[in-house]
Design a binder for this molecule. Structure first.
Ligand code: FAD
Length: 449
């Protein structure tokens, strides 16, 4: 680690995670003085961010960081296999002719590669410590207070601009945003070892009578399982959890994965993380900007988080690269405003689809309609998966498919012939679809004063 300078840095980045490391690295080429403060530079084991969608990988390449996917035994991902009530089918990402796939990966290893890119810049200073608060003067953020890891002493670092990338549990979020995060459930995670997947290089999404679960490779011999438990309260681990796993979930697993699943349950190394929804509702505050999960979160069922983050990193980075003098606060503010007000064109479809799909898959009728719609193949499969893969960012296209699912489902309900009860059920389904989508559409665009 380089010595921390006793002068005002141009930029201070808080957190060297999926957002922080890339933004520091992307801005490194500007030659500006950058400090990045992280409390754990070691290899982290976590169940977050283990599936990078192809559109997210494209953004990573746009940032010049495509190599970070190498030497970590990442698995190229070509599409999804869907399971429901004993049936199954696959959908491929529509990337024919292009050398793009998604990737299954171990998040910690990927993050270490992103962090390693910081070392090529003399102008980036890495600091080991925990940021406790902003330092403010006349309503402006002029730096941060942090506890240095080595000495346990409180230190001060001054910077013209602080980019806050603290992740999902951000403590400083409330100082830059009016949004409240909501917990809508928890993902319980298990790592399945030596688990032959029926469709290698595919995410396996299993639609159940309650909420869905997903399995996908994260290395050549490890598979991640994430099971959704709805509600604000975290589920309890212990013998009851093991019983639930074997009695309810075990029969739903694809045959070839059952043995590995059983072994993992017996081993009992369950992991858990809350699934949040956080609308991006920042306000302007001179001297600081939010990025990554500090700014905005969506349900992880679609594996869209990192794609949204890399889109934001590129957008904010391209604005900040135009700044000549970071002491010019009105110029910095103008660039941040542009970022906040235009970021939706890279993130809205990812956010809307994630929260809409989670609600659809948690509703028996809509889940059935969605499964049947995608099964028809052609554009009905490729359209939605191109949005899920962060390859298509067209909101109108998302709406078209979303309502087509509900309408087709309502029509199928009327078969073989309509009855008043069936008509009522069909109408209820379209209404439910509306009640899911409309509120989500309203939250993506922001205008700042
Ligand atoms: C269960 C779950 C599964 C997910 N799966 C996927 C997936 O498959 N694909 C996908 O694309 N997205 C997924 N996501 C979302 C994705 O992981 C996040 O969008 C992404 O990690 C956000 O990046 P970030 O940099 O904001 O936060 P993080 O990557 O969490 O980084 C934050 C960093 O800041 C550091 N830090 C925090 N506070 C401080 C402080 N005060 N001082 C110093 N350092 C600090 C932390 O140590 C950490 O290194 C998932 C999310 C969840 C909850």
């Amino acid at each position: 680690m380089k010595e921390v300078k006793n002068e005002t840095y141009d930029i201070c980045v808080i957190g060297a995670g999926i957002a922080g490391a890339p933004i520091a690295s992307y801005l490194g080429k500007s030659g500006k003085n950058i400090a990045i403060i992280e409390f754990d530079w070691g290899l982290q084991e976590r169940i977050l961010g283990e599936l990078l969608q192809p559109g997210g990988y494209m953004r990573l390449c746009d940032l010049g960081l495509g190599d970070c996917i190498e030497n970590i035994d990442a698995v190229p991902m070509v599409g999804y296999a869907l399971y429901r009530q004993g049936e199954e089918f696959t959908i491929k990402y529509p990337v024919e002719g292009k050398q793009i796939t998604g990737f299954g990966l171990r998040n910690g290893h990927f993050m270490q590669n992103l962090r390693a890119t910081l070392d090529q810049y003399e102008n980036i200073t890495k600091i080991s410590g925990r940021v406790m608060d902003f330092i403010e003067e006349d309503g402006k953020v002029i730096g941060v207070k942090y506890i240095e890891n080595d000495t346990n002493e409180e230190k001060i670092l001054k910077a013209h601009l602080t980019v806050a990338c603290e992740g999902p549990h951000a403590r400083l979020r409330g100082k830059l945003s009016k949004a409240n995060k909501k917990v809508n459930g928890h993902f319980v995670g298990l790592k399945l070892k030596n688990c032959p997947l029926p469709y290698p290089g595919h995410g396996h999404l299993v639609i159940t009578d309650t909420t869905p679960f997903i399995i996908y490779p994260i290395s050549s011999n490890e598979v991640r399982l994430l099971i959704d438990f709805p509600g604000e309260k975290p589920p309890r681990f212990g013998e009851k959890m093991k019983e639930l796993m074997m009695e309810y979930y075990y029969p739903l697993f694809p045959e070839s994965t059952k043995e590995s699943f059983k072994n993992a349950v017996e081993e009992g190394a369950f992991d858990m993380f809350p699934n949040h929804r956080l609308v991006g509702e920042p306000f302007m505050k001179t001297g600081a900007v939010l990025l990554g999960d500090s700014l905005n979160m969506r349900h992880p069922i679609t594996g869209g988080g990192m794609s949204a983050v890399f889109s934001d990193v590129k957008k904010l980075g391209d604005q900040l690269l135009q700044i000549e003098d970071y002491a010019n606060t009105s110029d910095v503010n103008e660039k941040i405003k542009v970022f906040y007000e235009t970021r939706h064109d890279g993130t809205a479809t990812i956010n809307i689809l994630a929260d809409a799909l989670y609600q659809v898959l948690s509703d028996g009728n809509l889940a059935e309609a969605c499964y049947n719609y995608l099964k028809k193949g052609g554009e009905k499969a490729e359209g939605p998966i191109s949005i899920l893969g962060a390859l298509n960012k067209d909101e109108a296209y998302l709406k078209k498919h979303f309502y087509a699912v509900a309408k087709q489902g309502a029509k199928e309900k009327l078969l073989p012939f309509p009855t008043p009860k069936k008509i009522k059920e069909g109408t209820k389904m379209v209404k439910k679809a509306n009640s899911i989508l409309l509120p989500l559409l309203k939250t993506e665009r922001i205008h700042l004063n």
